[in-house]
Each structure stands twice: as structure tokens, then as C-alpha cells.
Design a binder for this molecule. Sequence first.
Ligand code: ATP
Ligand code: MG
Length: 283
Amino acid sequence: MEDYQNKAKVLIEALPYIKKFNDKIVVVKYGGSAMTDKAIQKSVIKDIALMRLVGINPVIVHGGGKDINDMLDKVGKDHKFINGLRFTDFETMEIVQMVLAGKINKDLVGMFSFEGMKAIGITGQDGNTLIASKHMPHGDDLGYVGKIENVNVELILKMVEDKYIPIIAPIGADENGKTYNINADTASCAIANALKAEKLIFMSDIKGVLKKDKKTLIQRIRTDEIDSLIEDKTVDGGMIPKLQAAKESVLSGVNSVHIIDGRVNHSLLLETFTDYGIGTMIV
Ligand SMILES: Nc1ncnc2c1ncn2[C@@H]1O[C@H](COP(=O)(O)OP(=O)(O)OP(=O)(O)O)[C@@H](O)[C@H]1O
Ligand SMILES: [Mg+2]
């Protein structure tokens, strides 16, 4: 009996959050690194399904770094990253598209269908959602790495209105149809900003942003601290574009931006429906 009452209590405690987020858009960046474990993946899909069923509009942007590396290994191609961005030559771009659009995106749609949810998987090429151009950070030529010039939210909003869960692979195209590999964090940031999302949640394979000792969690980071965290190398690799994206979204008015551990069961629900702060919040 007590057990059941505790369960009821949990539901009641979620009520203010359910009200607060009713009909709001929450963008979830699902990190490739947190996607490799099938059991965790199933649990994440269930959490997102629950969000949708209580009236939130989740929009999913996914990465796929680990799967892309595995495929490059299989075909005997090197992979290299420069400041967290993948050097993408023509062949790598083809593999990025095959893995992100062909495999991961459709696998995710299938998993939502299995939960009885309506999901549609697109890349930024569909409906001209992500208009991109060549990105050359600090003059580095990274090949087909793109930056986003414009997000066309029309298609995403149509899906949201019709209660589909949009699942977006971060591939963009320019006006000539040339495709670009866009870092999934950068893409989720641009999409969250364009949708004026209430929340942006980055799910990764790490507790959150860690101090230099690579052990201690930093619970809150102000946007004006981010550049120095990158400069003094407290963060490197994939955490660089993630923090830059987080900063940009906070500054463009997304109410809350979080980096959470996708490996922890139901971290998404804890983050959305409780006061219990997990991971790192960017303020
Ligand atoms: N200070 C730091 N705190 C936490 N993680 C850090 C830090 N510095 C670097 N990292 C690295 O950043 C990684 C997260 O970025 P990464 O791009 O690898 O994953 P992702 O963005 O979740 O997945 P994907 O790129 O496939 O979408 C962590 O696994 C960690 O190795
Ligand atoms: Mg990444």
C-alpha cells in the first residue's frame, strides 16, 4: 500500500512540471556516445514517449559519432577530429550520410513505433530544414563540415502540430544541394533557437562538464565562463562544440540548457519532472 502511495506521490510531484511544459517544445540532443547501449536506448525512447504523452513536444536531434567511426574502421578509412569536429572528405561524407540518415535515424523511428508513438525521421535536407555552408573554423579546411546559415522550421512545426515526434539527423545542404556534415550539438542549438524551445537537453555519455581533474562535476556554468574553459583546456574534444552550442542557446533565449548523462536510467525524466538537478546547467 505504502509503495503505491509513494508512486502516486511521484506523479503528483510531477504535476507542476507537466503544467509548466504543456505544449512547449523541448529539444533533446541524443548523443551518439549515449546511444550504443541498447537497453539504455530503449529506456530513453520510453522517457521521450512519456514526455510526448503528457503534452510536451519533444524534438530529437541525434548524433552518431561512435557508429560513424565503426563504419569508417570497417571500410578501412581513418578518422580525425580537429577541435571536436570531424574532418570530412567526400568519402567520409557519404558514410556520415549512410550512417546518420540511413541507419541511426530510421532505427530511432522504428523504436518509437515499437512504443506506439508516431515519429518521423528527416535530415536537414528534407524540406530545406537546415541550410548550410562550408565551415572553416580558424581557417581550417575540414572538407564537408558545414555551419548552419538558416533553419527553416516549417516542416518541424507541421510535424509538431500533428503530434509526430520529429527526429532530425544533422546533415544540411546548400542551395545547390551540396551536403554538409554538421556537428549534432551545433544543429540542436540552431534548431532549438529557431523553434524558440523552452528547453535544450544534451544527452551524452558523461556526467556533465567535468573539472580539469576529469572527475568533479561542474553543476552550473555561466555563459561568460565558457570561452576560458575552452582556452585553458578544461574541456576539449566533443565538449567544445557542446558548450559553444549551449552558450549560444542560452544567449538567444532558450530558458534552460542542460548537459546530462544519457547512461543514467531516466535522466531525462529526472531533469524534466523533478527539482533534482543532474548534470551541468548552463545559465
Ligand atoms: N571537461 C570535460 N567534461 C566532460 N567531458 C569532456 C570534457 N572534456 C572533453 N570531454 C569529452 O567530451 C565527450 C562528449 O562529446 P562527444 O562528442 O564525444 O559525445 P556526444 O556529443 O554525446 O556524441 P555525438 O558527437 O556522437 O553526438 C565526452 O565523452 C568526453 O570525452
Ligand atoms: Mg559530439
